[in-house]
Design a protein around this ligand. Structure first.
Ligand code: TRP
Length: 326
């Protein structure tokens, strides 16, 4: 039995934060041993919310460095830019005929983005975001897509498009499934449901000890825990949700110390900051390695693009054949 395939990706918005790691990247690294993996830098998708492309290349390299620093292995997991493989655009066009505008307007991830970014007029390409994402996944016949929770509605659309294509032209594509982690969504420092660069509530994977402490000081806590010794409710506290992920071995103690008022929020935050820094230490080390070897990073990208392109070309000829186009 050949290994099943993974295709996943992220938009290159620059350096990644711990929400990216917890929501997706951790899973990518683990799964690259079980699946044949492909990872995409979704640089065309950036255009859905910003037409300024001047930083896209640099941001792509920064993101790639974070991926490598977290343990993605370029031999097991080719990594490539969407814009460098023309088949993404080609399959996107075909898929855009297989889904209705109505269906795309019902996409809750789009609605959230419109609200968060105060978008007044939605561009055509933004509405079509999940269609391009479907092309990304299905060009590589991805069976599984490890992503954060906010992406699940997109994968549902991908399944519908795959089904529609297969019914119309014959079986080519698998119906991809989202693979979620236990912490598929990490709360932002301010308590917002999502950690996101545009909301300014992140801890970056490259943040040093001092920065993390400073960021942590501002983290949202149970608003009723007014003084150091007031009993608190950990379930209403963002810091506690980070302890759950990064300090799991002491979670019982943190929980009871908070509830009986024997720990103040400042101390609790500093404990959490130390745990996060510990966790990030090896990632930061590896990041430094790649930062000083940018040529090696670029080589990794180019060989990823050669491998990706080969698969994408094969799928596109199969599509053209089934559709009797050419
Ligand atoms: N929409 C994804 C995100 O925001 C990025 C993405 C683009 C993607 N293409 C993909 C994810 C294909 C998984 C599969 O982060």
């Amino acid at each position: 039995m050949p290994k099943k395939r993974i295709l996943s990706g992220m938009r290159p918005t620059g350096k990644l934060h711990i929400g990216h790691y917890v929501g997706a990247l951790e899973n990518w690294v683990k799964l690259q041993n079980e699946y044949e993996s492909f990872h995409l830098i979704a640089d065309y998708h950036v255009l859905t919310t910003s037409l300024d492309t001047s930083d896209v290349y640099e941001n792509s390299i920064e993101m790639l460095i974070d991926w490598l620093a977290c343990g993605l292995d370029p031999i097991k997991s080719p990594m490539f830019r969407q814009s460098q493989i023309k088949e993404h655009a080609e399959l996107n066009l075909i898929f855009s005929m297989l889904i209705t505008v109505n269906r795309l307007e019902r996409n809750p991830t789009l609605k959230d983005q419109i609200r968060d970014l105060n978008i007044e007029n939605v561009i055509y390409g933004h509405l079509g975001y999940p269609v391009l994402q479907t092309a990304d996944i299905l060009l590589y016949k991805g069976n599984a897509v490890p992503v954060g929770e906010d992406q699940v509605p997109h994968i549902e659309i991908s399944r519908e498009i795959a089904r529609r294509f297969n019914n119309q032209y014959g079986d080519v594509f698998p119906e991809p499934e989202a693979l979620l982690t236990k912490f598929s969504r990490l709360t932002g420092l301010d308590g917002n449901a999502k950690m996101s660069k545009s909301l300014g509530n992140t801890i970056l994977l490259c943040d040093d000890v001092e920065t993390i402490k400073q960021r942590m000081k501002k983290a949202a806590i149970d608003p009723n825990k007014i003084k150091k010794d007031t009993p608190g409710n950990p379930d209403a506290c963002t810091v506690y949700s980070y302890h759950k992920k990064f300090n799991d071995e002491n979670i019982g103690e943190i929980d009871s110390d908070c509830r009986n008022g024997s720990i103040g929020c400042f101390d609790c935050k500093m404990k959490c900051a130390a745990k996060i820094s510990n966790f990030l230490e090896p990632i930061i080390e590896k990041r430094k390695y790649y930062e000083s070897r940018i040529d090696e990073v670029k080589d990794i990208l180019h060989s990823g693009e050669i491998k990706g392109r080969k698969v994408a070309e094969e799928t596109m000829s199969e599509v053209r054949e089934k559709m009797k186009l050419g």
